[in-house]
Design a protein around this ligand. Structure first.
Ligand code: OGA
Ligand code: MN
Length: 223
């Protein structure tokens, strides 16, 4: 990861992705957007609109709470980059605008050819986690939702947890590949406004169980 104190969060995300293939930054989204996303997620929770996430695809697609314990709600989409933004809240539009900027930078700099994205809210209840996995297995076709926009290229998670402290758990554990073989383990605390981004097929990761509800908005850049 590049740690250039002079550059903004977007530039640091791009540097990280262009370098090691992953990055952690704070403050990619404004406080206003973060607060709006958090409020919308709580509204969806109150409406009972979150559903258990599923693992696998096709016939093997199933709910396995021991593997993955979060409840999710998809934002409208999958959406094309710069596509119509109907039915979104102001905060969701703010999120998409920022992700558009990221995509523009990635396509320019890394020639990734990202064409769209899919995003969901996620809530892990107390004790829930997600076992080690990769978001896209090499050589596998796109997941069901990606409909025509390509495969998952880059994973993106922004955390919406105010007042998160070390003892709360819920860290994202990332196994970063090391040059020459092997991997290095890193823990990312899911604190308010923190964004983690990584290449979807190269970084195994897991969500460690938390001692309180853990909220995020999670997405994939498709191309
Ligand atoms: C996922 C995932 C990580 C996190 O949804 O695939 O790995 O920190 N999420 O929530
Ligand atoms: Mn994942």
């Amino acid at each position: 990861m590049t740690r250039d104190a002079g550059a903004g969060p977007l530039a640091r995300l791009l540097d990280g992705l262009a370098g090691e293939g992953w990055a952690v930054v704070d403050g990619l989204l404004s406080e206003e957007v973060l607060r709006g996303l958090r409020a919308r997620l709580e509204e969806l929770e109150a409406q009972g609109a979150l559903a258990p996430a599923r693992v696998g695809r096709g016939e093997g697609r199933q709910r396995v709470a021991e593997v993955r314990g979060d409840l999710i709600s998809w934002l409208p989409g999958p959406l094309e980059v710069g596509g119509a933004r109907e039915g979104l809240t102001a905060a969701e539009r703010g999120l998409y605008e920022r992700v558009d900027e990221l995509v523009l930078g990635l396509n320019r700099r890394l020639f990734l050819g990202v064409r769209g994205y899919e995003l969901h809210y996620a809530r892990y209840g107390e004790g829930a986690g997600y076992q080690r996995h990769v978001d896209r297995l090499r050589g596998q076709p796109a997941a069901g939702r990606a409909g025509g926009l390509g495969e998952r290229r880059v994973s993106l998670v922004t955390y919406l947890n105010e007042g998160w402290v070390a003892g709360d758990g819920g860290e994202l554990c990332v196994w970063a590949p090391v040059e020459g073989g092997g991997e290095r383990e890193a823990l990312v605390a899911p604190v308010w406004g923190r964004t983690v981004c990584f290449e979807s097929d190269r970084f195994p990761h897991a969500v460690l169980p938390a001692r309180r509800a853990r909220r995020s908005v999670t997405g994939w850049l498709l191309g």
